[in-house]
Structure formats: structure tokens, C-alpha cells
Ligand binder design. Structure first.
Ligand code: TRP
Ligand code: SF4
Length: 329
């Protein structure tokens, strides 16, 4: 019996790339053995930036589910579900919103950053300010002990703990538990142009890319900018491509490349060929699994349906307890 519970979610805002995989998903996959896991598609959260074209959310949700399953999330081990299928998330969000002071939300650094960063959509909505309140509802409905998140999400989690303390104190009962952050160390991976890997920068390698696309993207990767000519020695430490070797290539190959790059014994073209090879080997199991999954898309729907059924029962019982405690029921 796994005693501690993990919960995490992702917004379905497009297909997932290697940055998402090494930043979160890979970690989720490995947590499955040790913890009771709940993973969900945060489609209501996605609405905060996609409210102008909500029809894309369904499509993206399916893509994310396929990415998850291809990467190794296992419905036998984890409960995989869709947020908007469980109205308790919205109801608890509403209840919490009545007791969360607005200044708590306004001082959230992620809120300020994102609001300034996203230019193509107006992010000054009421719902976006309350994003961490909905996120808190997501977590505490399942009494999650830990939430695996990136370091950028740590302030959200601190806020969740504050909200839990406030609720439990107001109604004098430990209905909810304070979730802990499970922050994993994430390898630094940039996109093919050297900026942070992101769908919006058009610099990402997607989990769903085929062999040809992967090769082409690796070929166009930025390398050590000082290495203008083949004869110039390079420095793997400043090269945008080398971190990928650290993930995908053997230690022996990494050492060889590092020394041959510094003496200009190999060119970046050779180095890229080696990377394409090891990267594709690394991605192959995922690529094969994807084909298998896509040949039976009905199974994906079935997995989400079953996960949602199971999650719904938990959410219902927690919300009922919260309402009883508040004497609303
Ligand atoms: N904010 C998360 C993201 O976009 C998604 C999310 C929503 C989440 N609710 C959550 C993550 C609860 C962890 C726990 O990446
Ligand atoms: Fe980077 Fe490889 Fe070129 Fe060196 S040889 S600069 S490690 S791509």
C-alpha cells in the first residue's frame, strides 16, 4: 500500500516538448512506483489564456493525454483525469474564493510576471488572478501530500498552504492538509535557438515529432556562437547543444565530444549527427508507444473516463466534509 499521495496537473495549451518532459513529466513517471498518484489535465486553468478560442482546449487535452501515456504514465498505477469533468473543483474554488484576501493573490510573483509576459491575450481577468485558488482546490480535494512542481510554481504552493491554514482555522477542523512541494532538479535545456524551449518561440522538439523532424531540428540547433569556422575550437560549456548530449549520450561519448570540440577535431555537423542518433534512440520507446496508442484512440478516452470516475468519488467526499464542517450541509 502506497501511503503518500502525489497530485499534479498540466494545462492543455498544446503538445508537449522535451522541456515539459524533462521539467515535469519524466519525474511524474518515476513517482508512480512509490506514491499514490493523481495526474490531471487542467483544462479550466487553460481557459484563463485560451478564452478567446476555447474550442482548441479539447483537442489539446487529447494531445496531452497521448503525450502522457506515450511517456509512460500508466493508468494501472496512476489516476489520470480531466479537471472540468469534476464540478467539485469549481465549487471548492468558489468557496475558497470567499475567504482568500485579494492582496495574497496580487503579490504572487508568477501572477505579475505572466500578466506582463503574455501580450496577445488580455490577462487582467478575475479568473487569472484567482488561478492559485483554483489550483489549491485541485490539490486539497485529493488531500495530496506532495505536489511535484517546477521551482517557478513554489510561490503557488506556499499560497495553497496559507489557504489551507486559513480554512482549517476558521472552521476549527483539519479538513484539508497542507501540501508540500516536491521540487526536482531539472536539467537546463534550451530550445533550438538557445532561448527557453517554448511552443510560442517555435524552437521546441516535441514528444510527437517524427524521426525526420527530430533530425532536422537537431541540424538547425544553435551551437557555440564563437565557433564560426570548422577550424575554430569550441566550448561545450557555452554550447546550447551539449546539454542534450548530457541527457542522451553515453559518458564516453560526452567525454570524447568535449575534448574533440575544444581541439576542433570534430565539427558541429559531426556532433549534431551523433546527437540525432542518440536522441532518436532515447526517444524510440516513446515513439513506438505513441503509435500503439494512436491506433486505438478510443482507449485514451476510456482511460480518462475511468480515472475521472475514480477521482470524482474522492473529490465528492472531501467537498462534502468541507461543507459539513462549515455547516452548509
Ligand atoms: N499551474 C499548473 C501548470 O500550468 C497546472 C496546475 C493546475 C497544477 N492545478 C494544479 C499543477 C495543481 C499542480 C497542482 O503547469
Ligand atoms: Fe557544441 Fe558539439 Fe559544436 Fe562543440 S562540436 S560547439 S559541443 S555542437
Amino acid at each position: 500500500m502506497k501511503s503518500k499521495r502525489i497530485l499534479s496537473g498540466m494545462q492543455p495549451s498544446g503538445k508537449l516538448h522535451l522541456g515539459n518532459y524533462f521539467g515535469a513529466l519524466k519525474n511524474w513517471v518515476s513517482l508512480q512506483g512509490e506514491f499514490e498518484c493523481y495526474f490531471f489535465i487542467a483544462d479550466w486553468h487553460a481557459l484563463s489564456s485560451l478564452y478567446e478560442d476555447p474550442q482548441r482546449i479539447k483537442e489539446y487535452s487529447f494531445e496531452v493525454a497521448v503525450d502522457w501515456l506515450s511517456a509512460g504514465l500508466d493508468p494501472e498505477k496512476s489516476t489520470i483525469f480531466v479537471q472540468s469533468e469534476i464540478p467539485e473543483h469549481a465549487e471548492l474554488h468558489l468557496i475558497l474564493s470567499m475567504m482568500v484576501p485579494v492582496p495574497w493573490l496580487e503579490r504572487n510573483p508568477t501572477y505579475k510576471e505572466k500578466k506582463d509576459e503574455i501580450k496577445n491575450v488580455d490577462m487582467s481577468s478575475y479568473g487569472f488572478l484567482g488561478y492559485p485558488v483554483l489550483q489549491t482546490a485541485d490539490i486539497i480535494l485529493y488531500k495530496a501530500d506532495y505536489v511535484p512542481v517546477g521551482i517557478d510554481q513554489a510561490p503557488h504552493l506556499e499560497l495553497s498552504r496559507e489557504i489551507v491554514r486559513r480554512f482549517n482555522k476558521l472552521y476549527n477542523k483539519k479538513v484539508f492538509i497542507e501540501p508540500g512541494a516536491k521540487i526536482s532538479d531539472i536539467p537546463k535545456l534550451s530550445g533550438i535557438d538557445g532561448r527557453k524551449m517554448s511552443k510560442t518561440y517555435d524552437n521546441a522538439i516535441f514528444l510527437s515529432d517524427n524521426e525526420k523532424q527530430v533530425r532536422k531540428k537537431v541540424q538547425s540547433m544553435l551551437t557555440d556562437p564563437a565557433r564560426a569556422r570548422r577550424e575554430d575550437p569550441g566550448d561545450p560549456q557555452v554550447c546550447n547543444l551539449y546539454p542534450f548530449h548530457k541527457i542522451y549520450s553515453s559518458q564516453a561519448m560526452q567525454d570524447e565530444i568535449a575534448s574533440d570540440c575544444k581541439t576542433a577535431k570534430i565539427g558541429c555537423g559531426d556532433c549534431k549527427k551523433m546527437l540525432s542518433q542518440t536522441m532518436l534512440e532515447g526517444m524510440r520507446p516513446m515513439m513506438e508507444k505513441r503509435q500503439e496508442i494512436l491506433s486505438r484512440p478510443g482507449d485514451v478516452q476510456e482511460i480518462l473516463k475511468e480515472g475521472t470516475l475514480k477521482a470524482h468519488a474522492v473529490a465528492k467526499s472531501t467537498l462534502a466534509l468541507a461543507k459539513q464542517t462549515m455547516k452548509l450541509k
